[in-house]
Design a protein. Sequence first.
Length: 76
Amino acid sequence: MDKKNALRTGAVAAGTTLMMLLMSSPALALTRDDGDDPGPGLSVAETLGLYVVAPLVLFAVIAGLVMVLDKSRKQS
C-alpha cells in the first residue's frame, strides 16, 4: 500500500471514530426512563471478576479443551 492510500485509510478511520464518538451521547444515559428499574451496583471485586477473571478462565478452559482433544498430532 503506498503512502497516499495509507494516509487516506487513516483519515477515514479517524473520521469514522470521531463521528461515532460525537454521535453517541453518554449524557442521555443519566436521564431515567419510565419503568426503569436499575439493580444494585457492582463492587470493584465483582466488576473485575465479571469482566477480567471470567473471560480469562473461559479462554483457558477452551484452549485446554482444544489442546487435549487435538487429533492432528501423531499418536505414539
